[in-house]
Design a protein around this ligand. Structure first.
Ligand code: B12
Ligand code: SF4
Length: 487
């Protein structure tokens, strides 16, 4: 077992050799409490991951640890993703006085189990838990006695006091965030957990991130904005993430240049929920990124079809001048009826406008000898109220796209979203505390005919889907089943 503790020179400790680890800890004992930031995710994801996205690092953990360390509050880091068994997790958390966790809904089951194990091993230890799930499903967090302190909302302005003096706080704490992301320190990426197998280490480029097919490695993930102002009922982040100013363009570029000088950067993934918002910021990005960045790294970033239609010139300038190569659009559906159910505030027409525009730009760029941009197309199927014809229209829309990575998931009723809360209240959600289904092909809602959707993706209804499509588009072979599994 490779060690998952920062600062240890990889003492290849195995379970039977746990005494080595304990010896090391004893040697390092001081009057300071021993604190651990436990990164959460499925067991094995940093050892032998199923896919690239499981390996991505957690900016919440990175930011909070950076703030703590800048204030002299040192923490070790470990990850459930770097363990392959729960016994290893037990071994990892043993001997700590405090553990800190960022719990999202999809990591809640792992967080819960790890917290219970921590308490079994360290009955006097304290657990500080925060993150999305604390904000959107406080009742489920409260049920877990092991969570001593539960922080809702942002934590950057409270984490130092909380870690220093946890006893001064009640069990449930309202977090305090920065007014602007300009106040966030530059994250120290070496505070992220390391990949935990020899094979993964080779390709990971830690503390940068591995290639996932979106651009050359090493990959730098960054966040320039924290919240999206729209209110899609399956997401509506702005109902639970407080608004905050965007990270200034210069700071984003400075950070990328710093990372490039120190580690090398091959491409960038902008993890914002909604990159294509705030035209003034985007205009400044167009002006400065090509001039000031060490290199015009290609990047992945997200937009909406309606705003592409609203600001087509801005969109085209971003694609052409800033190397926006992978354009993630939450198309979600090709049917107006379903788009209305989702309160997407985009129409079929908006979707086709965006598709035609990108098809045109890509063709022109190809003719000019440049690599064309490609859509990362987010699609949801199995939305309550969706009819078969709606789903046919969605796949028809996908086939109409010329250059696309389809990212298809069955709709998931996450707490925090309006539709998620509604389906949970109606008893129709299959997402349970033990298994917050987070895989794209999990069956997540009672009453949805998943057999139909699987057959649809396998090609059984191709005649219906192809009706109305041109011959060329009909021949476009997308592997929709693979897109569902990988999304
Ligand atoms: C980047 C991102 C991803 C990336 C990387 C994920 C990762 N490893 O971090 C990728 C693309 C892989 C991803 C995938 C998914 N994601 Co995602 N993702 C995001 C996104 C856009 C940004 C996350 C982020 O870094 N935020 C910035 C950091 C600083 O914020 P933070 O982590 O929340 O931490 C702050 C607070 O929570 C708090 N805090 C956190 N921990 C603690 C602890 C203590 C003690 C305290 C005091 C405070 C505190 O303080 C921090 C600073 O303010 C968010 C939306 C968003 N805007 O946040 C969605 C989001 C987290 N993702 C979400 C979902 C649903 C998913 C998927 C399940 C989607 C899918 N169906 O496939 C997958 C699952 C991935 C997996 N591995 O299983 C949901 C989670 C909903 C929920 N109720 O938890 C969100 C909120 C988006 C949404 N609205 O639906 N995601
Ligand atoms: S789905 Fe996209 S556009 Fe809608 S609220 Fe979420 S991030 Fe914003």
């Amino acid at each position: 077992m490779a060690s998952r503790i920062d600062g240890i020179e990889k003492p290849q400790v195995t379970l039977g050799e746990s005494s080595v680890l304990n010896l090391f800890r004893k040697q390092n004992q001081s009057s300071e409490p021993k604190r651990l930031f436990l990164d959460l995710g499925d067991l094995g994801d940093l050892v032998n991951p199923h896919g690239p996205h499981e390996q991505w690092q957690d900016h919440g953990l990175g930011l909070l640890r950076t703030i703590l360390h800048n204030n002299g509050l040192l923490t070790d880091v470990a990850s459930t993703r770097a363990c392959t068994t729960w016994d290893e997790v037990r071994e990892t958390v043993r001997g700590y006085d405090m553990v800190i966790m960022n719990v999202r809904s999809y990591t809640f089951p792992v967080g819960k189990r790890a917290a219970e194990i921590f308490k079994e091993e360290n009955p006097n230890g304290i657990i500080l838990a925060g993150g999305m799930h604390a904000t959107v499903a406080l009742d489920e967090m409260l049920e877990i006695d092991a969570f001593d302190k539960i922080c809702q909302g942002p934590g950057e302005k409270i984490i130092v006091d909380l870690v220093r003096n946890p006893d001064k706080f009640p069990r449930v704490i309202l977090g305090v965030g920065a007014k602007s992301m300009a106040e966030w320190p530059m994250m120290d990426r070496e505070l992220w957990p390391k990949p935990a197998s020899r094979h993964l280490k080779k390709e990971f480029n830690w503390p940068m991130e591995p290639e996932c097919g979106w651009g050359p490695p090493p990959v730098a993930t960054i966040i320039t904005s924290r919240v999206c102002p729209w209110q899609c009922v399956f997401c509506n982040e702005n109902s639970y993430i407080p608004n905050m100013g965007r990270r200034p363009v210069d700071m984003v570029i400075d950070e990328l240049n710093y990372l490039d000088d120190k580690y090398g950067v091959g491409s960038v993934v902008i993890h914002d929920s909604m990159f294509f918002q705030n035209p003034r910021w985007l205009e400044e990005w167009i002006d400065k990124y090509p001039r000031r960045a060490n290199k015009l790294w290609p990047y992945w970033a997200a937009g909406r079809a309606d705003t592409v239609r609203q600001w087509p010139d801005l969109f085209e300038a971003l694609v052409r001048q800033t190397n926006w190569k992978l354009i993630s659009i939450g198309f979600e559906s090709g049917s107006d009826r379903v788009l209305r159910i989702l309160n997407k505030e985009c129409t079929e027409e908006d979707n086709f406008f965006a598709i035609d525009l990108l098809n045109k730009i890509a063709e022109e760029m190809e003719a000019e000898g440049e690599e064309p941009p490609v859509f990362w197309s987010n699609i949801m199927l199995g939305i309550p109220g969706e009819e078969r014809e709606d789903a046919f229209k969605t796949l028809r829309m996908l086939k109409y796209m010329k250059r696309v990575f389809p990212s298809i998931s069955f709709y998931a009723p996450y707490p925090g979203s309006a539709l998620g809360y509604q389906l949970i209240a109606e008893g129709k959600s299959r997402m349970s505390k033990e298994n917050y289904h987070r895989f794209p092909d999990d069956e997540k809602v009672i009453g949805v005919d998943y057999a139909f959707y699987r057959e649809l993706l396998a090609g059984k209804y191709d005649d219906e889907v192809n009706a109305g499509l041109g011959e060329l588009q009909q021949r476009r072979q997308h592997d929709f089943m693979a897109a569902l599994a990988k999304a």
